[in-house]
Design a protein around this ligand. Structure first.
Ligand code: SF4
Length: 369
């Protein structure tokens, strides 16, 4: 089925009065569901509005035709539904689609839609750019723009559903692995996750939500106390301090021992297996001794390792390990009894693969939306 195209007017997202640009309207998605507006005489209107946004997936308040016209017009005068003034869609040959999203302040962030066999997964961002600056990551090279609000994070799911012709609840798997270090935008990222699992909103299973972090021990310990049984993916990328500090600047502030200690607490509290992301960089972190050290690091933890062939980007200065080297590295870890797989990223030709998000692939904008 071709993507269901919805129209929304770019200009309608910015209020202009004469020459003076008014501040943007509050974003409805930034409000907790219980704080969504209701008609005093008809409290069920709040439920109808939630249903229009999270079940039907309307792109504008005007499309919420289950609500009386006068009421939705009044709502639209007070609130904005979409935080995006433009949406550029870049399809990949492999079926995944990269979304370049321009926010109301003109800043841009990205999300990726990945339709696997029976699973529809979206990779979303928690920031514009990223302050972590991992050397092998195109997003890190952009630097930090700003944090996204909870509504701006959740809206990425909604806008992808709209453009892919899906209901929001068809998107059952979410990875917070796009732009940004989610645990450095802690309150907004956790609030967005709560919105995703809220039965009144997206009603997702927390187990199908993966939060990726570069490994911030204090934040991991805090997250362990949130009562969220989500999946935690830790970007380890090296088992030894020297290599890790060379490729991940924030590693200077947090030892691997401290990260592992925080993960033991996370596992004790959540009983969830921890995923480790390991980008395979030729001659940097792909030696046999590093495989052995990685396996030793993971002893005692229920863990799975994803080996990710490096996805190249302009002037990265890195090369991916060869397939032969990756296989040898994998065997070494497996032989130590650690669960491991090789994960090939999707969307490489669209610049949407892991570590490639950099706002720079030539895009063809959709019609003004
Ligand atoms: S790998 Fe993740 S944490 Fe590191 S710079 Fe890229 S987006 Fe930020």
């Amino acid at each position: 089925m071709p993507p269901r195209r919805r129209k929304h007017d770019r200009a309608s997202l910015v209020c202009v009065t004469g020459d003076v640009q008014a501040p943007p309207k509050p974003l409805l998605l930034d409000l907790e569901p219980e704080a969504w507006p209701a008609d005093d005489a008809r409290p069920y209107r709040r439920q109808q509005l939630l249903s229009a946004v999270f079940e039907t997936g309307v792109a504008s308040l005007d499309e919420a035709t289950s609500l009386p016209k006068a009421w939705r017009q009044a709502l639209a005068e007070t609130y904005a539904l979409s935080p995006f003034q433009a949406v550029d869609r870049v399809p990949s040959w492999d079926g995944s689609v990269r979304y370049l999203l321009t926010l109301r302040d003109g800043r841009q962030t990205e999300a990726v839609y990945m339709p696997y066999d029976n699973r529809k997964t979206v990779c979303i961002s928690s920031m514009v750019g990223c302050p972590a600056g991992c050397r092998f990551c195109a997003t890190g090279a952009l630097g930090f723009g700003r944090n996204l609000s909870r509504g701006e994070i959740v809206a990425q799911l909604l806008v992808i559903a709209q453009h892919e012709g899906l209901a929001p609840k068809d998107l059952r798997n979410v990875v917070l692995m796009g732009m940004g270090e989610a645990l450095l935008n802690y309150e907004e990222a956790v609030a967005a996750i709560r919105r995703m699992i809220d039965p009144e909103a997206l009603d997702m299973s927390p187990r199908r939500i993966t939060l990726s972090t570069v490994g911030l021990p204090a934040r991991i310990r805090r997250l362990a106390g949130e009562g969220l049984n989500l999946t935690l993916a830790v970007s380890l990328h090296a088992p030894d301090e020297e290599t890790r500090q060379a490729i991940i600047p924030t590693a200077h502030a947090h030892s691997i021992d401290d990260i592992m200690d925080s993960l033991a607490l996370w596992q004790e509290r959540t009983n969830r297996r921890v995923t480790f992301e390991y980008t395979m960089l030729k001659g940097v972190n792909d030696h046999d001794w590093q495989a052995a050290k990685l396996a030793a690091r993971l002893r005692g933890l229920r863990a799975h390792v994803n080996l990710i062939p490096f996805n190249d980007w302009a002037n990265s200065g890195f090369e991916s390990s060869s397939r032969t080297r990756i296989d040898a590295f994998k065997r070494r870890i497996e032989s130590a009894g650690v669960s491991v797989s090789v994960r090939f990223s999707r969307g490489q030709d669209a610049g949407g693969a892991c570590g490639q998000l950099s706002l720079q692939t030539p895009t063809e904008p959709l019609e003004a939306r």
